[in-house]
Design a protein. Structure first.
Length: 184
């Protein structure tokens, strides 16, 4: 928890950018997080204690500078207002969300290496993101990883989980891939 003395020096969400304005280089980077948002809106339509965003800046105090966000392809936060004071958020400012970091972060790997396996993983672990999901169907061999990986934060470090679909009891959801057989 951050002290109120430090909090007074932090910028408000109105003063911060909403994203890093970096264009995506494949449609999956938009489609997959937006599809997850659509699913959550359908299954949690009556819940108001969650927030899911796509390509939105997450501002936090665990990095080098609280004015520099990390921008996941998608993220889910639990225990926060669905609509902050009835309005849409421009960005997710952890110190304005009762210091609640995202519970789950999704990164979809692109043609341009985006440091998903090292720099971003370290940022998310330091921030306290419980689940880190990396979807890499096209470039997994380049990156020497699996096409779909779920990491769980255990004692401050991410540990690769082995099952798919993977059940996340803290969220009461599962995540995985399913490929339907082609129609003949």
């Amino acid at each position: 928890m951050m002290s109120s003395n430090l909090r007074q020096y932090l910028p408000s969400s109105e003063e911060l950018c909403c994203s890093d304005d970096t264009p995506v280089d494949n449609e999956d980077q938009n489609f997959i997080p937006n599809f997850l948002l659509f699913l959550l809106e359908a299954i949690w339509k009556t819940r108001q204690d969650w927030f899911f965003a796509v390509d939105m800046g997450v501002y936090h105090t665990t990095g080098v500078n609280p004015r520099v966000p990390v921008v996941p392809d998608g993220f889910l936060s639990l225990g926060v207002e669905r609509r902050k004071q009835g309005k849409s958020r421009r960005s997710y400012v952890v110190w304005e969300e009762n210091d609640i970091p995202p519970t789950l972060v999704l990164e979809v790997v692109s043609w341009t290496p985006g440091e998903e396996y090292d720099t971003k993983a370290a940022i998310y672990a330091n921030l306290g993101v419980l689940y880190y999901v990396i979807y890499n169907p096209e470039y997994w061999q380049r990156d020497r990883h699996q096409p779909f990986e779920v990491y769980k934060l255990i004692d401050g470090s991410y540990e690769l989980q082995k099952r798919e679909p993977f059940w996340m009891p803290e969220i009461n959801l599962g995540i995985g891939r399913r490929r339907e057989a082609a129609c003949r």
